[in-house]
Design a protein around this ligand. Sequence first.
Ligand code: GLV
Ligand code: GLV
Length: 355
Amino acid sequence: GKYRVVSTKSMPGTRWIKLLTDNDCRLEICTEKKTILSVDDILALIGDHCHGVIGQLTEDWGEVLFSALKRAGGTAFSNMAVGYNNVDVDAANRNGIAIGNTPGVLTETTAELAASLSVAAARRIVEADQFMRAGLYDGWLPHLFVGNLLKGQTVGVIGAGRIGSAYARMMIEGFKMNLIYFDLYQSTRLEKFVTAYGQFLKANGEQPVTWKRASSMEEVLREADVISLHPVLDKTTYHLINPERLAMMKKEAVLVNASRGPVIDEVALVEHLRANPMFRVGLDVFEDEPYMKPGLAEMKNAVVVPHIASASKWTREGMATLAALNVLGKIKGYPVWGNPNAVEPFLDEKAAPPP
Ligand code: GLV
Ligand code: GLV
C-alpha cells in the first residue's frame, strides 16, 4: 500500500480492514496490551511516516499528536466515537489534519442502553439481582424491591439531539411516558411524534402522552421523574449536574448518564445518593474513567456499567467502518464523514431558540 494508516486499537469486524487494504493503504493495528495509550505511545506509533490515524476516545488528541502527524505526512484523523471531547479541533485545524467522527450508527444502540439504565434504576434490577445471587430471597413479600412505575410519569431529556430524541421515543412509546425536554434547538420531529402517539392512545381510549419544551434545564430537573443527559461535553456542559441542580430534582427521580462523565459532578452525586436513598442513577460514564469517585461503588441506588452504550456488534462494526472511511476518504480526496475540521451543530433541525 502507498499510504500508511495506523489504528491505535483493534476494532470489531473485518470490513474496515478490507476497505483500507483494498484501497492502497498499509494498515498497522497497534498490538500494545495496555488499555489506554499515552501520548508517547501514540507518537511512537505515528513515527516519521504516517498518512492517517484511527484513534479512540480514551486518547488525548491535541497539539503534540496533530503536529507529529503533520510532520509524518499525515492529513487525516478519525475518532472511533461520535463524541470528540478528547480531540482539540483547533490544534487539528492548525496542523491541517481533517477530523472525522462516527455519528449515526450508534444512535439507537446508545439510546437503548440509556433506556435500559432507566428501567434498571427505576425497577432496581441490579440490586435485586445481587440479592438473589447472595441467597437472600426467602419468599415473595409485598415490600420486596418496590420501585417506580414509568407509565404516566414524565421523562426529561436534556439535549434532544439524535441520541436524546431516540431515547425519548423509546421511553414514550415503550412506557407511555410524558415528555419534557430541554435543548437550544426545537425538536419538531420529536414533538410531532409525541402528538401523533398521544392521538393514537386517545383513539384507543387510553390517557394520551404529552410533550413540553422546557425554557430552562432547571424546569426539566424539577418536573421530570426520569432524566437522561444527552449533551455534548464542552466547557458549557462540564458539571452541568451540580449540587444545586441535584437538589432541584424529585427525591425519587431517576437520573441517567450515557453521554460523558464530567457532565455530572460525581462527588456531589455520591453525596446526593447517600442522602437520598430513593433517588437512583444509571451511569455508563464517569468523571475520571476508568475510576469511580469514592463511595459510588457502594451505593445500592446506583447502576453502573463501563461505557458500553455503543457496544452492540452492528454498531461497533459500523463505527470502525466509518472511522476507516473517514481516514481513507481524506487520504484519497473523498468527502469525510462526520466532522471534517468543524464542530457540527448539536441538532440538525435549526429552529427557533428556546421560548
Ligand atoms: C462513545 O462514547 C462515543 O462517543 O461514540
Ligand atoms: C449524537 O449523536 C447526538 O447528537 O445525540
